[in-house]
Design a protein around this ligand. Structure first.
Ligand SMILES: [Fe+2]
Ligand SMILES: [Fe+2]
Length: 362
């Protein structure tokens, strides 16, 4: 087991309390150096590749403490999962420094599960979502050299090929999109939304994968901003805004160095904050001159930002976000709003009955 920091309580896994993390106490995983992992994707009965924690509120010390649920090498048990899910706890937490061990574990085990027609699409979606998030963590935690960026791009490409290889994986997205805003979950959400929207618009598989790659990496340039701004969701002062407006350029520059990134992806990253009326940035170009992929990213980026929790406001419901988008043709363009609204009501987003798992699913 790895060493435990000052806020990490030790303890036996089965004795975990199901108390939530404290009345009225907000828990920001980034502050504790942890990230969430969907409980459903954790294989039961196998040795854990890392320590698993829950944030529990310590009444005496009046703060949240990370409490060990299952130590590295111990077997996570199915009844624990059921108890946690029954208590509305959908995630378990992993310290960032153990992210790589978790990614290696998923890489070894995921292919088999993703290829298995008996495994339900709902599980595969979650697994792919977690793998994509882990790839991004490696990237943001690295030195952003062309080699590191290139490796992450290759890893993400593998995930995108999975997503476009099975129609069911880009459906029912409203079930898995995360509303806990941080760069990783936001980037994975934007990627999934952009790919599903591309599918809805009947774009080619190559273009859908370009949308997925651009979505995953659209905010990479934020990694070049001062650390205190990277996860700041706003509001910004004037100076912060000026810095924030540089992130598309930084993203474009970092990805250009990786060579394997296509021109379509590079342009989408560079122009994902342009507005249809030319009031956006970095170039202030209108819809006619903005590549379609960048305009689609602009839409799903705004939608995800609005439907995620921010420190200064709660998440909006999807219908509220849709109505704001409807009233903003100057940002998104008259031509894209109706198809986007139809997309939100399509099986890509809303739940439909999934066929029982079977050989026809592949
Ligand atoms: Fe952005
Ligand atoms: Fe974004």
């Amino acid at each position: 087991m790895s060493s435990l920091g000052p806020d990490r309580g030790g303890g036996g896994a089965p004795a975990v309390s199901l108390r939530k993390s404290g009345g009225g106490v907000t828990f920001d995983p980034a502050v504790y150096g942890v990230f969430p992992l969907a409980l459903e994707v954790l294989p039961a009965g196998e040795p854990c590749p890392c320590d698993l924690f829950l944030p529990l509120y310590d009444q005496q010390q009046k703060r949240v403490k990370m409490t060990l649920v299952c130590g590295e090498g111990n077997c996570f048990q199915e009844p624990w999962r059921q108890r946690l899910l029954a208590a509305q706890q959908r995630s378990i937490f992993v310290y960032q420094e153990q992210g790589q061990a978790l990614r290696g574990y998923f890489q070894r085990h995921a292919s088999q599960r993703l290829d298995d027609p008996q495994v339900p699409a709902s599980y595969k979606r979650l697994l792919i979502q977690e793998m994509a998030g882990l790839n991004l963590r490696d990237l943001y935690g690295g030195d952003l050299s062309p080699q590191v960026v290139g490796q992450a791009v290759d890893g993400i490409q593998g995930v995108l090929e999975r997503l476009t290889g099975d129609e069911l994986l880009l459906t029912n997205l409203s079930e898995i999109l995360r509303s806990d805003y941080n760069t990783y979950s936001h980037s994975v959400n934007v990627s999934l939304l952009a790919m599903a929207l591309g599918r809805h618009l009947k774009l080619t598989t190559q273009r859908v994968q370009a949308l997925g790659m651009a979505g995953m990496l659209h905010d990479l340039g934020r990694a070049k901003l001062p650390p205190e701004m990277q996860n700041k969701a706003g509001p910004f002062d004037e100076q912060e805004w000026a810095l924030m407006r540089t992130h598309p350029h930084w993203g474009h520059r970092l990805l250009s160095s990786a060579h394997s990134v296509s021109m379509e992806v590079l342009k989408a990253v560079l122009h994902h904050h342009e507005n249809a009326d030319g009031s956006g940035y970095p170039h202030g170009i209108t819809a006619e001159r903005t590549p379609l992929a960048a305009r689609l990213l602009r839409l799903v980026d705004a939608f995800d930002a609005m439907t995620s929790h921010r420190p200064h406001r709660p998440a909006r419901q999807a219908f509220e976000a849709a109505s704001i988008i409807m009233q903003s043709p100057q940002h998104f363009g008259e031509d894209l709003i109706p198809p986007f609204l139809r997309f939100l009501a399509s099986p890509h987003m809303v739940r439909k009955q999934e066929p029982a798992a079977g050989p026809s699913q592949g």
